[in-house]
Design a protein around this ligand. Structure first.
Ligand code: SAH
Ligand code: TMP
Length: 394
């Protein structure tokens, strides 16, 4: 049974960066639910995928050094540990991971044509389509079954999980491995990072919920890794139950135990999270207000989908934040979704006279701090809302 626990208010499409600011933008109510049978946490309103993932999707994995490195390391691990004959990636984006694999042994699935174009150009077999059983019908006519399917930060964007996993099961050979990685619900709840929820993120997975979903399809997790990416992610290594080649690693039991100990299987945990989220909003607003009263200039850094949730939930506008800086070319000179805050293409000189930077991309804090050594040395300070709103001293 789905139990409501948090209302994040009226939210625009998180990656819908508009050239002009319109007061009246289409917004959707963002409400969060916990399923006490499957332990799955989801948002209620489902927006058709085609509205969000089209020929103008702005997010590019390659723009982060952290993701580049994480994917390079993973490619080494996959080759060494599993040595796949054929590798398929769901949600390949601009090819940041797949470029580390040989062209003749890979298939990329990326519905956004502006991104699919990039891997196609590089010579990678790319299907610019949504992952579903229909696509798998087509793939099975043209290719053999594959022995490694990988998907990062994508399956949580697809509403019909039964279709996702049944189609994966059909394309994966009996000895095949499925690896998925997504933000960890445990880390999200611990860090009060309510901004992990936006209309693209239909689900935030936990090991508990993934285990439950997989049962239906005779799939099981045999290893789990905790990652630092996206504010704390889990990488799940999955196999068919009948495949005895891989033993179930103790990491699986450990993760499930930690999640149960924290209470991810209880509605009361999510109700507490909702209270902390409300507190976080009040604290962030009072922090920004006080800085503005004392005449400080505040800007945003990283025009993320996460920041869209924060700005719209907390009702933060250009009276607090002058502009956002972002390295993504497709976000430059546009407005933060739902808010009259302009995004400027990142240039170091746009940091002069800035007193405080609100970290929209708090998950890349380490990378950004290294890049902005001079700003910090000159007395500039960062603001984060994770795990609770504060000015960062280091
Ligand atoms: N895997 C990359 C990109 C994550 S962003 C990374 O981890 O950095 C999510 C990606 O999933 C986008 O590129 C989006 O176009 C893609 N996507 C969304 N819905 C999809 C679907 N139904 N099938 C395949 N890909 C999808
Ligand atoms: P994400 O948190 O959804 O991955 O998005 C990160 C965003 O932050 C993306 O728009 C790129 C931007 N960014 C910068 O502008 N500068 C940086 O140094 C980093 C790491 C990210």
């Amino acid at each position: 049974m789905n139990k409501f626990f948090l209302n994040l208010g009226s939210q625009p499409l998180a990656n819908n960066y508009l050239n002009k600011y319109f007061k009246k933008q289409i917004k959707y109510n963002l409400k969060l639910y916990f399923n006490n049978r499957t332990n799955l946490v989801s948002i209620s309103k489902r927006i058709p995928s085609k509205k969000m993932f089209n020929n103008k999707y702005p997010y590019k994995s390659s723009l982060s050094k952290t993701m580049q490195k994480s994917f390079l390391d993973l490619s080494f691990e996959i080759k060494k540990r599993f040595n796949p004959k054929f590798f398929l990636e769901i949600g390949s984006n601009d090819g940041t991971l797949i470029k580390n694999f040989p062209k003749n042994k890979t298939i990329a699935i990326e519905p956004c044509s502006n991104l699919a174009k990039i891997t196609k150009k590089r010579g990678y077999k790319t299907y610019s389509e949504f992952w579903d059983n229909k696509l798998v019908n087509k793939l099975l006519k043209k290719h053999n079954k594959v022995d490694l399917i990988y998907s990062a930060n994508t399956l949580t964007h697809i509403s019909n999980l039964d279709d996702v996993f049944s189609s994966i099961n059909r394309l994966l050979c009996d000895e095949g491995i499925l690896i998925i990685e997504d933000p960890s619900l445990l880390e999200c709840i611990k860090k009060v990072s309510y901004d992990q929820f936006y209309n693209e993120h239909i689900y935030v997975f936990s090991a508990l919920s993934v285990q439950n979903i997989l049962k239906k399809f005779n799939l099981e997790i045999f290893d789990i890794k905790n990652l630092n990416t996206h504010g704390g992610s889990l990488r799940y290594y999955i196999k068919k139950k009948k495949n005895n080649k891989f033993k179930i690693h103790k990491s699986v039991k450990q993760q499930l135990k930690i999640e149960i100990k924290f209470g991810l299987d209880k509605l009361s945990t999510y109700r507490k999270f909702a209270k902390l989220t409300l507190k976080s909003k009040t604290k962030l607003l009072s922090l920004l207000k006080n800085l503005k009263i004392s005449g400080k200039k505040i800007i945003g850094y990283g025009a993320t989908a996460k920041a869209t949730t924060v700005l719209n939930y907390c009702k933060i506008d250009d009276n607090y934040i002058d502009y956002f800086l972002d390295t993504t070319p497709d976000k430059a000179n546009k407005f933060m979704p739902g808010k009259k805050i302009k995004i400027l293409k990142y240039k170091k000189r746009l940091l002069t006279n800035v007193d405080y930077i609100f970290l929209g991309a708090w998950n890349f804090k380490k990378e950004i701090f290294i890049k902005e050594k001079k700003f910090i040395k000159n007395g500039g300070k960062f603001i984060t809302h994770v795990p609770s709103p504060r000015i960062l001293l280091k």
